[in-house]
Design a protein. Structure first.
Lengths: 326, 545
């Protein structure tokens, strides 16, 4: 198993990973065991191979390609020798000491990073969903002068991602910090506010499209029954559009989770940093020596995001194809 | 800037604010329930609006204290508008749009405009502040002790974290001053020798405190008077202070600095710094508007133009090749797995989507280890101990980046291509087959064009995303290997956005916010142009169908 990029050995890796595939291959592709009907079986195999068998071959190669780096980092995180060299023998030993060590380094407060990332990500996601839903409701249900212009402006502004304004954001937040240190540079509250600046935009478009699919007659019926516009919004519409709220919240969370540029200029104290900033500085300085502990950190950090992603995959894919990119 | 403050509370604020306005509409059977809810809504609205107003008032108070009148004015107007929107009946769209627009205005629109402004200044290391601040710090930086300075007996005092000097001058007068507040006469307690030892409102530092804050106190300089040329008191030991004056004397009338030891005259050279005739510059300088200088510099200065050009070319190459390679692989896989009778498709799909679910910045860091020249898995295991400089050779580094981006991006393309393929009606292909088209022709002439129509906008946004794919480049190679001949910190794999970051916040060279913002404006123009042009084209495509 030393060389997973070798297709044959790679196949074995994939087999082990994936008993179902291995099983189907074994039954379908196994050379004929008995010689009683060799010719027919062989012809059957050839036809099967030309029809679907080659697809499995490509599938197995792709499985190795896709899964290998992830298995590698998982193996490295379980390797007690701790260095990059020691990580090259996959799954030689299984040992959780790196995970323990990860939480015992005062210089790299991993637990704090993890918590910071979750808090910043969740608050930003909640805020984004909320601001976006309000705006989408207005654009979808209300007719007012400037509505079209407003939608177009949102599109236009989005072409200048916040990333590009990083210098201006840095100077702006330094200025704000002189007046209100609580939300200036170096604070997580300030970072969240900056992230919320990107709340309207692509997200609003996603929601706007979804809001439009909810029949307006529902609103009208509620209005006849005496509900106020706020009651309609909070108690009826928001419930009906819950799936898109989940998607936008998740996309926003994942985006914030991986955001590095703005977080790195805003947060300088290790205690306040996020995983992206902290782990980057941790591993970029001494890649080789810190490798196993970094791997443990990476595995733990990836678990919540991957779990959420796979759990809500159906919705996300729908959202993605509607026009957003990771 | 302080406009932010009302915003701090705005996210929670805005929503509940709306309920009460349309109350009159309540009627008939559900009136009771409605009124109850509206009352609750009204309460929530009052509380939240109150919180916003309280924060806004506090902000305005601070702004008045700091005499930032322009920002104060803006904050006041914004606060009034917010109150109007939520207290006045009607204006329904505004009630729903205000919170999001507030953040959008401050952190997107204002930031774009501000970037544009910074691009026309020399803002950066050594040019951070106003001319007055620069003059003060030039004088403070060049203080030397007057040879026959009288001795001032000193007690270091402290108030709320600010240190001050309580001194007894040679004539026996007691004076108090801080670095921001020149010496002034004060009534103080004196000990038996006539030395002032304490003053009301201030804590006198004991010997232990002096030791603990030694370096801080040694750096203090308390001006003798409002005129910085008079000099300042400093203390080498914490118990005696001496007069220090600057070698550099500032003359307000002629706006020059004169070096009293050598007689050199430094003038305001018009570039945000005092320069001597010999070209020597006094640090720090100050921020001035430089017009198109940053852009001119980027396009004419050989040290910058060369790297900027190669970075721009690589940015395009990277974005185009990334989209092309991930789309090709994704489409290929979508076709391969679009086989109705194939077993195990689900499992393939789940595993192949994993690279996409894995957080992007972590992938780059994992590959950083895999590609490591000495110890990495690729060199050590796959290539049996080779020493291939995957990330440090200019061309191999480019290849590695594209490889990693292929790994990161193909699942997305696979997903969208699968979706697009499945939405193409089977009848079209069947009809073509009946007409005698071969499978390849069916794909090339029917399925592919249809697929392109639905996928094209996503390819464009993918291009725009990769054009600014900061995380991958910065975490994998840091833009390196560095081009040592370049006048800016640019490397072989730098794309424009990493260049902006390195010029603005890099550690190797000084920070140059002006030049960095000029680069950012360039990126904006490029991306905006491409997006507008290509979206127009795809719209045309859609109309054709």
């Amino acid at each position: 198993m030393s060389n997973p990029f070798n297709p044959q050995q790679g196949g074995q890796v994939a087999d082990r990973l994936n008993p179902l595939v291995a099983g189907s291959q074994a039954t379908d592709a196994a050379p004929p065991a008995s010689r009683a009907i060799p010719v027919r079986r062989r012809r059957g195999f050839v036809r099967w191979f030309l029809d679907t068998g080659w697809r499995h071959l490509i599938g197995i190669v792709m499985l190795v390609f896709a899964a290998f780096p992830l298995l590698y980092v998982l193996s490295a995180s379980l390797n007690p020798t701790g260095t990059l060299v020691g990580s090259n023998e996959l799954f030689r030993t299984i040992d959780f000491s790196n995970y323990v060590e990860l939480f015992q380094r005062p210089q790299q407060p991993y637990a704090a990073w993890f918590l910071n990332t979750l808090v910043i990500g969740l608050v930003t996601a909640a805020g984004t969903v909320f601001l976006g839903a309000l705006a989408a409701y207005a654009f979808s249900r209300l007719r007012f002068t400037g509505r079209r212009v407003g939608l177009l402006t949102l599109l236009l502004v989005q072409m200048f991602p916040q990333l590009l304004g990083v210098v201006a954001i840095f100077l702006l937040m330094s200025g704000i910090g002189e007046i209100f240190p609580q939300i200036g540079i170096g604070t997580q509250a300030g970072l969240i506010l900056v992230y919320l600046g990107g709340a309207l935009g692509v997200n609003t478009y996603l929601m706007y499209g979804f809001f439009n699919t909810i029949p307006i007659s529902i609103d009208e019926a509620a209005k006849l029954d005496g509900a106020s516009h706020a009651q309609i919004f909070f108690t009826i519409v928001l419930r009906l559009v819950a799936p898109i709220l989940a998607v936008v919240g998740l996309l926003s969370f994942i985006g914030t989770f991986s955001e590095f540029v703005i977080a790195s200029i805003m947060l300088t104290d290790p205690q306040t940093q996020t995983l992206a900033v902290g782990l980057y500085q941790f591993v970029s300085q001494e890649t080789s020596r810190n490798w196993a502990i970094f791997s443990a950190g990476a595995v733990l950090a990836a678990i919540p995001v991957m779990a959420l992603f796979l759990y809500l995959q159906k919705y996300i894919v729908g959202g993605l194809t509607a026009g957003s990119v990771k | 800037m302080s406009t932010t403050t009302p915003g701090a509370a705005a996210p929670e604020t805005a929503p509940p604010v709306d309920p009460p306005a349309p109350r009159p509409r309540t009627s008939g059977g559900s009136a009771r329930r409605s009124r109850g809810q509206s009352l609750r809504g009204l309460l929530i609205k009052i509380v939240l609006l109150g919180i916003v107003d309280a924060i806004a008032l506090f902000a305005m108070f601070v702004l008045v204290m700091q005499e930032s009148w322009l920002v104060f004015g803006i904050a006041a107007v914004v606060t009034v508008v917010i109150n109007l929107i939520y207290l006045r009946p009607g204006w329904l769209p505004a009630k729903y749009l205000a919170p999001g627009v507030f953040f959008l205005a401050l952190f997107q629109i204002f930031v774009v405009g501000y970037s544009g402004y910074i691009a026309f200044t020399n803002y950066g290391d050594g040019h951070n502040s106003t001319k007055e601040d620069a003059i003060e710090s030039i004088i403070a930086n060049s203080l030397t002790r007057v040879p026959d300075s009288p001795t001032y007996r000193l007690t270091v005092v402290e108030q709320l974290g600010t240190y001050g000097f309580l001194v007894t001058d040679p004539d026996g007068e007691t004076l108090l001053g801080t670095p921001d507040q020149p010496l002034d006469e004060v009534d103080a307690e004196e000990d038996s020798t006539g030395k002032a030892v304490g003053v009301a409102g201030w804590n006198s530092l004991a010997f232990g405190d002096l030791l603990a804050n030694q370096s801080l106190i040694a750096d203090l300089s308390v001006p003798l008077s409002d005129d910085p040329n008079d000099g300042a008191l400093r203390t080498p030991d914490g118990s005696n202070a001496y007069v220090y004056t600057s070698d550099l004397v500032y003359d307000e009338a002629s706006d020059t600095f004169t070096d009293t030891t050598g007689g050199t005259v430094y003038r305001d050279g018009g570039e945000g710094a005092f320069v001597s005739d010999a070209g020597q510059e006094l640090q720090p300088g100050w921020k001035i508007d430089v017009g198109f200088d940053n852009f001119v510099r980027a396009f004419t200065n050989e040290d910058i133009r060369g790297p900027l050009l190669s970075v721009t070319v690589w940015t395009f190459a990277f974005a185009i090749l990334s989209v092309a390679s991930t789309f090709a692989l994704g489409l290929f896989l979508a076709i391969v797995f679009n086989a109705p009778h194939m077993r195990g498709k689900k499992i393939y799909r789940v595993i192949m989507v994993l690279p996409y679910a894995f957080p992007g910045f972590l992938s780059a860091l994992v590959f950083l280890g895999l590609f490591n020249q000495q110890f990495g898995f690729f060199n050590q295991v796959l290539l049996g101990g080779a020493s291939i400089p995957w990330l440090t050779d200019p061309w191999l580094a480019k290849f590695s980046i594209l490889f990693v981006n292929l790994w990161l991006g193909f699942p997305y393309m696979f997903l969208i291509c699968t979706g697009a393929l499945q939405s193409i009606p089977e009848e079209l292909a069947e009809a073509a087959t009946v007409d005698g088209a071969r499978p390849w022709a069916v794909f090339r002439l029917i399925k592919f064009p249809l697929l392109l129509v639905s996928v094209a906008p996503l390819l464009i946004s993918s291009f725009a995303f990769n054009f600014n794919n900061f995380n991958l480049i910065y975490m994998l190679t840091g833009g390196g290997p560095r081009d040592v001949t370049a006048g800016v910190d640019a490397g072989a794999t730098d794309i424009l956005i990493t260049l902006v970051y390195k010029v603005a916040f890099g550690e190797g060279t000084g920070r140059d916010y002006g030049l960095a913002s000029a680069f950012a404006i360039l990126i904006f123009l490029i991306v905006a142009t491409i997006s507008i042009v290509s979206f127009r084209k795809t719209k045309a495509l859609e109309e054709l169908n």
